[in-house]
Design a protein around this ligand. Structure first.
Ligand code: AVJ
Length: 332
């Protein structure tokens, strides 16, 4: 029997709400735009290129941790689980773990199912017996397994499987500690709904010297700069702004007190950005804040997991101790 992937898009990724969110951020003092707007089709490709840069250590460091400790992870994480992949993108990280974790079902969550469609169809051919669901959901606002997914769960008898939430890549770093706590509590509720044995498998980037952190976000080829400035083109598309990427400079700085990399776009000149229904003046040197990437110590992150209702059960790192992977069981 061959299974075909199912797809659900829960909210529009380009509707009025998105335009309002973008406009509100541009009118903020200081101006800001959510990092989720970095990922249109080109932005996702530029991010892929970032992961291959010599300066950008997180992706390959995390991959090395999974490669080195996969067998050990397999002994801890419940097999036959429903695996929920947050920010799945090209699904490659999760797919590499299928042989290790042996999930019974796979839910790939991303802001737009359009990015998931081709990937999941191809992935399904390689894993014909694994039920797959693509879920278009902006989990940065709310993470739930929606009622619309229940027929798919029932069809494949996945309702009472332990739920393993997979959140790799240190994407949790985009959230401030209180926002991260809120998201992890929602992940905990998702796990609990599947009964005992569920948990969270999460990758977290660690606090480290600034001379390692800053080049990772300001590489010598300028790929990260292009990634950051592409957000302006994406905003032009979604909101109708008239941003000219040439007038904006990429800035990436580590803020020690906040334990975070901040990415900004700095206006090279005095200029007014206009869009249907609004405008914003920027003086030369004024910045638009586009991303925070928080770095954690393992102790602080373990404490956060506990606050969210998880028991940090296992922790793996690389030999330089630059990146951490946690397996945290959802307490019931
Ligand atoms: C995908 C959020 C984990 O913060 O390292 C990479 C995004 N931004 N280079 C990160 C990013 C600039 C990345 N995350």
């Amino acid at each position: 029997m061959t299974v075909t992937p199912a797809f659900l898009q829960l909210q529009e990724s380009n509707g009025t709400a998105v335009r309002e969110e973008l406009a509100a951020g541009l009118l903020n003092q200081p101006a800001s735009v959510s990092p989720k707007f970095l990922y249109d089709a080109l932005g996702s490709r530029l991010f892929s290129a970032i992961t291959e840069l010599p300066e950008y250590y997180p992706t390959r460091t995390e991959a090395a941790i999974f490669a080195a400790h996969g067998a050990n992870m397999a002994r801890q994480v419940s097999p036959g689980a429903l695996m929920l992949d947050l920010g799945a993108g090209c699904c490659a990280k999760a797919a590499r773990l299928f042989p290790v974790l042996q999930p019974a079902g796979y839910v790939a969550v991303d802001i737009s199912v359009d990015f998931l469609r081709d990937t999941l169809v191809t992935l399904q051919q390689r894993h014909p017996a694994l039920p797959m669901l693509g879920l278009g959901l902006d989990f940065s606002s709310t993470l739930t397994l929606p009622d619309d997914a229940l027929p798919w769960l029932a069809q494949h008898r996945l309702e009472n499987r332990p739920r393993v939430v997979f959140y790799p890549g240190s994407s949790i770093g985009n959230f401030s500690p209180p926002e991260a706590l809120r998201l992890l509590r929602q992940a905990h509720a998702v796990c609990q709904a599947g009964g005992a044995g569920g948990g969270l498998l999460i990758g977290v980037d660690r606090v480290k010297p600034v001379d390692v952190l800053e080049p990772a976000y300001d590489d010598s080829l300028g790929v990260t700069a292009a990634f950051n400035r592409n957000l302006l083109l994406h905003a032009n598309h979604l909101l109708g702004t008239d941003f000219q990427p040439r007038q904006w400079t990429h800035v990436a700085l580590y803020h020690t007190a906040e334990s975070r990399i901040e990415m900004h776009l700095e206006s090279a000149i005095d200029q007014t950005v206009r869009w249907p229904g609004g405008e914003r003046h920027f003086v030369a040197g004024e910045r638009l804040h586009t991303e925070n990437s928080y770095k954690w110590t393992p102790d602080a992150f373990a404490a956060l997991l506990e606050q969210a209702g998880f028991r940090p059960t296992a922790h793996w790192t690389d030999e330089r101790a630059w990146f951490s992977v946690f397996w945290a069981v959802a307490q019931t």
